[in-house]
Design a protein around this ligand. Structure first.
Ligand SMILES: CC(=O)N[C@H](C=O)[C@@H](O)[C@H](O)[C@H](O)COP(=O)(O)O
Length: 228
């Protein structure tokens, strides 16, 4: 059995509440409102970007929060929580788990260094990976859980329009616990991830990025028009 707060998250829907730069929903009051709406709908956990969003949402809920930062760094493609300082900032803001890039991309700090920073700050370490090999290394480096978050976002992982169910099956086969994340855009897809053994399931865009969801519908209508 994994440690608390992962125990609390078992079988739960975790809603990722993040707004992209340039989105009209980027702003802590919007993130708090979206988080409260997700909680009303039955979310058992939240995944949030930035210390200010985490602190503001922490003030209104006790559910487990997975926190991260997103920012670019010189000489690396890595943008999810890339440094021990960022790990500490997310932990201090009130997150229970810190999510960080756990891929093989060139990186300023090793996965082990980020894990250590999380544990020293008293929070759990979630490695966002894109392959089975990265998951194995992350567990070797001390990560408490891995997420399939980065599949499709590294050059060496399959570039799928759908969730990476193959990776989930591999993780299950290898006996590695995982949180399913990435393009789980319908309730059926989320349920399938759970069936494939996901410890918990993260859904973001389909719930909290109305601009993306609108684009899915608009594109479908345009494609239909072009065919007739
Ligand atoms: C790759 C990357 O940067 N993913 C980010 C990680 O925090 C978020 O932008 C995603 O929304 C999240 O992973 C949930 O995925 P989806 O929005 O597809 O349900």
């Amino acid at each position: 059995m994994l440690p608390d707060p992962l125990k609390t998250l078992k079988g739960q829907l975790i809603v990722s509440v993040q707004a992209d730069d340039g989105s009209p929903l980027r702003g802590t009051p919007h993130i708090v409102a979206l988080s409260r709406a997700a909680l009303l709908g039955g979310a058992g956990g939240l995944r949030l970007r930035s210390a200010s969003d985490i602190a503001a949402v922490r003030a209104v809920t006790g559910v487990p929060i997975i926190g991260l930062t997103k920012q670019s760094h010189l000489n690396t493609e890595i943008y999810i929580t890339a440094t021990p300082d960022e790990v500490r900032g997310v932990a201090a803001a009130g997150a229970d788990l810190v999510a960080f890039d756990g891929t093989d991309l060139p990186r300023p700090f090793s996965v082990a260094e980020l894990v250590r920073a999380a544990h020293d700050a008293g929070v759990l370490a979630m490695a966002d990976i894109s392959t089975l090999a990265e998951a194995l290394s992350a567990y070797k480096a001390g990560a408490d859980i891995v997420g399939t978050t980065m599949s499709g976002y590294t050059p060496h992982s399959p570039q799928l329009p759908a969730p990476d169910f193959e990776l989930m099956a591999q993780l299950r086969e290898a006996g590695l616990p995982f949180i399913a994340e990435g393009r789980l855009n319908t309730p059926d897809l989320a349920a399938l991830a759970q069936q494939l053994g996901a410890w918990a399931v993260v859904v973001g865009s389909a719930i909290t990025r109305p601009d993306h969801v609108t684009r899915w519908f608009a594109d479908a209508l345009r494609a239909e028009k072009e065919q007739h």
